[in-house]
Each structure stands twice: as C-alpha cells, then as structure tokens.
Design a protein around this ligand. Sequence first.
Ligand code: NAG
Ligand code: NAG
Ligand code: NAG
Ligand code: NAG
Ligand code: NAG
Length: 392
Amino acid sequence: MMMMGQRQLLFLLSSLAASIFGGGQGQFPITQNVTALEGSATNMTCRVDFNDNTSLQWSNPAQQTLFFGDKKALRDNRIELVRASWQELTIRINDVSLADEGQYTCSLFTMPVKTTKAFLTVLGVPERPEITGFTSPALEGEVITLTCTTAGSKPAAHIRWLRNDKEVQGTTEVSASGKSFTVRSSLHFQVGRGDDGVAYTCMVDHLSLSNPYMTTEVLEVHYAPHLEITHSMIIPQEGQYFKLECVSRGNPIPEPVLWSKDGGELPDVERMIVEGRELTITTLNKTDNGTYRCEASNHLGTSSAEYILFVYDPNAIGQHGPDHALIGGVVAVVVFITLCLIIVLGRYLARHKGTYLTHEAKGSEDAPDADTAIINAEGNHVHAEEKKEYFI
Ligand SMILES: *[C@@H]1O[C@H](CO)[C@@H](O)[C@H](O)[C@H]1NC(C)=O
Ligand SMILES: *[C@@H]1O[C@H](CO)[C@@H](O)[C@H](O)[C@H]1NC(C)=O
Ligand SMILES: *[C@@H]1O[C@H](CO)[C@@H](O)[C@H](O)[C@H]1NC(C)=O
Ligand SMILES: *[C@@H]1O[C@H](CO)[C@@H](O)[C@H](O)[C@H]1NC(C)=O
Ligand SMILES: *[C@@H]1O[C@H](CO)[C@@H](O)[C@H](O)[C@H]1NC(C)=O
C-alpha cells in the first residue's frame, strides 16, 4: 500500500511539474511505428500530453511538410486531416503505396524544436499465384517443370507445394522488381502414370494474408495401354456359361477392345457375344478350346492379353471323377507326408530327450536353492528352445 501511495504521489508531482514548466522538459511529441498494407489507409498519430499551445507538424520521409497544425502543406489528395488539437495531430494516408514507406517526422515547435520519428512499413500484398509449365495432357516419361509465380510481395512471400495433400519440396527463386519481390518456385520431375489425376497445389504465405493463396492444377497423364484377361470360372465345362473380361488400363482409355480366337475371328457369333470389354460364351462347347486374345490401343500404343481356354467334359468329370482322383491323390500325399514327419520327429525326440534332461538336472545340482536352480536352468534356455522346436 505504501509503495503504491508513493508512486501515485510521484506521478502527480511530475504531472504538476510538467504542466507548470510546460515549455520545458515535459513537453515532447510521441508517435508509434505503423505497418500498413499496400492499397489500404493508415493513420499517423502524434500526441503531446502537455502542450502550451505550441504547433505540431507532420512531414514525410522526403522532409516535405504534410500538415502544419490543421493546415495542409503538401498537395496530395491521398493525405487528409483526421484530428488537429494542441494534444494531437493525426493524419490519414489513403491508398498507401510501397513508395510511402519510410521515416515520418512529427515536430513540436518549441525552442529548440523537438522531433520524433515514426516508421511507416508498407507490406506488398502478393498477387494470386499462377502455375505454368504443365502440358495438358502430359505424356508418361516426359520431364516437366511446374512453376508457381507470385509477384508484388514485400517482404518476399513464401511458396509451398502440395502433391495432393502432401507437401513436396520445390526450388525457390526470389527476384526484386522495384520495391517488391517476385517469387518463383519450381517442381522438376518425370511424369509417371501415377501422376494422372494428381492435384498439384501452390500455396503462398505472406504477412499480409490471413489465409494463404492457393492455386491448383490437376495433371492429366497419357500412357500406353496395359491389358489383362479375367475369367468367370476356373474349370469351364461344356454347356456352361462363360465370361472373359479384358481389363484395360491406359489413358486415354484404350478402345475398342478387339477379340480374336487362335489368330482369327471369333468362330461362332451366335454363342460368342462381345459387349464392350467382355466376351461371353453362352454355352461352352469342346470346340471352343483355344487361345483367346483381346487387343486395344490408344494413341500411345497397342497392348494385348491372351487366355487359353480348355473346355472340360462334364461327363468325364462326373463319372470317372478326375475331381475325385485329384482329391484322393492330394489326401494320399498329405497323409504320407504327415506320417513321415511323425516318424522322423519321434526318432529325433527319442534320441535327444536324454540330453535335454541332463541339462536341466545340471542347473538344479549346482544351485543352493530352488530359485537359483530355475535361473540356472534358464541359463540353458538355448537347449530349451531347441526342445520346443521338436515339439512343434
Ligand atoms: C483513423 O482514425 C479515425 C478517427 O479516429 C478512424 O475513424 C479511422 O478508422 C482510422 N483509420 C484507420 C485506417 O485506422
Ligand atoms: C491555448 O489556446 C487556448 C485557445 O485555443 C486558450 O484558451 C489558452 O489560453 C491557450 N493556452 C496557453 C497556455 O497559451
Ligand atoms: C520504429 O522503426 C524503426 C525503423 O524500422 C526502428 O529503428 C525503431 O526501433 C522502431 N521503433 C519502435 C518504437 O518500434
Ligand atoms: C458342340 O458343337 C457341335 C458342333 O458344332 C454340336 O454338334 C454339339 O451338339 C455341341 N455340343 C454341345 C454340348 O452344345
Ligand atoms: C478340347 O478339350 C477337350 C478336353 O476337355 C478335348 O477332349 C477335346 O478334344 C478338345 N477339342 C479340341 C478341338 O481341341
């Protein structure tokens, strides 16, 4: 409490002194540094707390007087008076430009004149970024350089790249143009089919932006086709319905898909129906055996795939049971292998059981008590693990 009282008293005394000796030490102008965005308006305020009606003046970095009290001195429509009193001289600069940056001076015309400086910092707002250098569509294997450019920033803006949502590193280059900067960032890479449909985003961060500027280009990559045939069943039998599909990848989509059998046209158009990339055989016949081929191209190349059809005779499968024979064979082999394993295992265990017991006994013999015996026995865990393996 005492401390507070003393401080308040000191403050009162100094205020009193200042007002009494108004033309003396206590009379000085106060300003603040200001930061403004290019194109915006900004106020510049100069205050004098104790003033015996002495005039205030604002002048620009070129030492030109802007306002002397409430009197305009420089002919510049962008500069206007906000407030003029003995305690304050506030002016406004509209449509601030980068050239307005610099040290402004507030003068109080006492004897001698007292001045104080305020630095006006003007931030150059970057332009919306542009991405150049992408050829649409790009060809697989082609090497491209995506360049993102943003001009007009001050200080220099920061560029980041995203490949889909993941950040990737670009090469940045900053050049000064007048009072602002042009920032370029490049991504140099070989285009793969994996880049097809990938979004490359350029993000510009800057002091003057609350949210970064973003520009996105989606890459389109053309690549040669690749074909594969899938089939509707593993063991096609006579009389069944059977379908082959020619699965194609490629950009542009390779079309149309051409089907052929054993190097010639499809023999039976009634039963063999082609629909887009599918070939359907409505009722399989032994005579359908053969090599089926699908082929498709785009402007980058041609690809083909083959499927060898072997039509099984359902009667043969049903009666003599090649299925049963197969299953029987497999079961016999499995049983045989299992038996062999059991015999080998049994022999091995019989031979090694003695050795293992000796190791465990050694642990307990040397130990003064049961716990140590277990620890000692664990010391032989290598053997114990070997033992486990035999049991598996
Ligand atoms: C400048 O000051 C005036 C008066 O106090 C206020 O109305 C105006 O919003 C200020 N302008 C800026 C850009 O700060
Ligand atoms: C300051 O000016 C006001 C009128 O603007 C006047 O009333 C006052 O007496 C002046 N004060 C001094 C110390 O000159
Ligand atoms: C105002 O800006 C100038 C120039 O950038 C700097 O030297 C000075 O320290 C700043 N003053 C304050 C109070 O921030
Ligand atoms: C298979 O084709 C031959 C000759 O085209 C025909 O005689 C036979 O009936 C067909 N078999 C079946 C199961 O459709
Ligand atoms: C097709 O395969 C079957 C085996 O299921 C065979 O009996 C038949 O002779 C084959 N036909 C031709 C034309 O190759």
